[in-house]
Design a protein around this ligand. Sequence first.
Ligand code: 6PG
Length: 478
Amino acid sequence: MTARAQIGVTGLAVMGRNLARNFARHGYTVAVHNRSFAKTQSLVDEAGSEGDFVPSESMADFVASLARPRKVVIMVKAGAATDAVIDELVPLLESGDIVVDAGNAHFPDTIRREEALAAKGLHFVGTGVSGGEEGALNGPSIMPGGTRESYESLGPILEAISAKVDGTPCCTYVGPNGAGHFVKMVHNGIEYADMQLIAEAYDLLKQGLGASAAEIGQIFAEWNTGDLESFLIEITADVLQHVDAATGSAFVDVVLDQAEQKGTGRWTVQNGLDLGVPITGIAEATFARALSGSVPQREAARAALRADATPLQVTDRAAFIEDVRQALYASKVVAYSQGFDQIAAASAEHGWDIDRGAMARIWRGGCIIRARFLNRITEAYERDQDLALLLADPYFTDAVGNGLAAWRRVVAQAATAGIPAPAFSSSLAYYDGVRADRLPAALIQAQRDFFGAHTYRRADREGTFHTEWSADRSEQEA
Ligand code: 6PG
């Protein structure tokens, strides 16, 4: 076996298979391996003409077919399956080789694996890959972590197969150990928020206009020509206009209204809680999925809970559509602003030194949240790389500020009409909360001190204090 392959892929389900084809189509000699050889064989049979594949039946042959330093991409299910492949692979590798986990791993697992492999002299690169099957084949957004040294030899290959926007690859070095998978996790959290906001906009348009799914699809198609232009808006237009072949009804009307998840949104929210970063848009989106799946509770509530709502009365349809568009845009900016806060907080905690502007840049193409407005985010972080709050960047203060009245109208109308719009309304509450001169958190601190002597700080001088609530109410410095 000559060690001639420049990169290898093990795990040839659809994502791995498409990544392998993408490497091959870019002129790389690709070693391919799968637990069952049938998948390897079918890849070579069906896509062999696209490039230079080196198939192997055993892991040992697969490793032996790779030129050094070996670069092995693992594309299997996150969790135990990834550990099993790593355990099989590692004894066959030599110092300086690079193991790339391109699955949706939980970043603490990546940190653990990186440490274990580093101790053996190996590089472990946990990388986010976004864009689904299509992206894997034609150009995904790639978010690699690991050592800088590994990026020197691996980075050019990943950049070559990534999506390009204005000639710039949607791939860059993210940061050490778990940074790449962390950024991918936040990407997915933002994806959840984006999808929930779109769903709320759809629901408001449906109930406000009494419009059909297809008509709303056309509104989304129109929105996709402006500031909201993005993959998710584009596919929403498409999905809403799709007709179910079996019934002739709008497809969306025959789909069960219970949203599922594989767990990356949940991880994002859990991490937001750990870091104390208010990622309310992502959290509302994740909980909205959970609510939709709460079948017994929904049944009980449907039968028992009063609405006392006033149905939406839309007189000016065009104005209402524009209000919903503005509310969607503003809420979306909030979700991204919060997601970038989360990246900044984790970066500081783990010493990752993540460049947020670069993350927005590599999300412009290839990935699920690709959108025109990511350019604006990159520009904002180019203006000030230590920007404390994305919403406070002058471009976004204006963009959101100009739609604020519409946003307030939409949230108020939704509440009056009894239409759930959790992400719209909590994003507005976040906006008002974060810009408030003074918050009622002062009262919470006073209550905590009252019942638990938890102490408080004063606005007028330094120090930590406690009031003797059950005695003479004198104040002491704690
Ligand atoms: C991507 C996606 C992908 C994710 C799916 C499903 O970037 O290509 O984020 O990684 O797994 O979108 O996610 P849920 O099943 O959790 O909705």
